[in-house]
Design a protein around this ligand. Structure first.
Ligand SMILES: [Zn+2]
Length: 169
C-alpha cells in the first residue's frame, strides 16, 4: 500500500532544522510541519521564531510517524482496512492462494464483514492449518448458509412434531 515513509537516515542528530528545511526534507507542506509541532508532539528547541527542531528530535519524531501506520497483527489476526485495526477472521476461515512471495490469505472481518488480506510465509502453511479453518475462496462468503439451514431444519422438525401430536390427539 502507499504508506508514507519519511527518510531520516540522512538527518544529523546535532543539527537544527527550521520548518522549511523539514518541509523540504519530508516533502510535505510547511503547514504540516506546524501541525506536527502543534498537535503531534514534535519538539522545538524553544518557542522563539524562527522555530527550530533538533535533528535528534526530528529523527525520533519521523521514526514514530513511520511506525504509526504499521499495524502489528498477531499470527491469527488480519489488518482490516475498514476497522483500521487488527481483526480476527470470521469463523476463523481463511482461503489460501500460493503466490511467488508467499501465501496470500483471504478472510472476512468478524467485526465488519469486509474482506481482509494478509501474506504469510510459505513455511507457515502447517501453522496456518492449525490456527485456521482453511477453506476454498468460494466458501469464505457462504458463511450465512449453515445457520440458515439449521434454522430451516429446526423449523420443519417442529412442524413434524406438531403434526405427530395432532395424530395422537
Ligand atoms: Zn473490519
Amino acid at each position: 500500500m502507499g504508506k508514507r515513509l519519511y527518510r531520516h537516515r540522512n538527518l544529523s542528530y546535532w543539527w537544527c532544522y527550521d520548518l522549511d528545511e523539514i518541509a523540504n526534507h519530508c516533502d510535505v507542506h510547511v503547514q504540516t510541519v506546524r501541525a506536527w509541532i502543534k498537535s503531534e508532539g514534535l519538539q522545538t528547541t524553544d518557542s522563539n521564531n524562527p522555530l527550530l527542531v533538533y535533528g535528534l528530535d526530528l529523527i525520533a519524531f519521523l521514526k514514530k510517524q513511520n511506525d504509526k501506520g504499521k499495524c502489528r497483527t498477531a499470527f491469527e489476526q488480519f489488518y482490516c482496512m475498514s476497522c483500521k485495526e487488527a481483526c480476527p477472521a470470521l469463523q476463523t476461515k481463511v482461503a489460501l492462494e500460493q503466490k511467488p512471495n508467499g501465501l496470500c490469505a483471504k478472510a472476512i472481518c468478524r467485526t465488519c464483514k469486509s474482506k481482509m488480506n494478509k501474506t504469510f510465509k510459505l513455511n507457515d502453511f502447517q501453522k496456518l492449518k492449525r490456527a485456521f479453518n482453511v477453506v476454498d475462496v468460494s466458501q469464505l462468503y457462504d458463511c450465512e448458509v449453515p445457520t440458515l439451514k439449521t434454522h430451516i431444519d429446526g423449523h420443519s422438525k417442529d412442524n413434524e412434531f406438531e403434526s405427530l401430536q395432532g395424530d395422537l390427539v
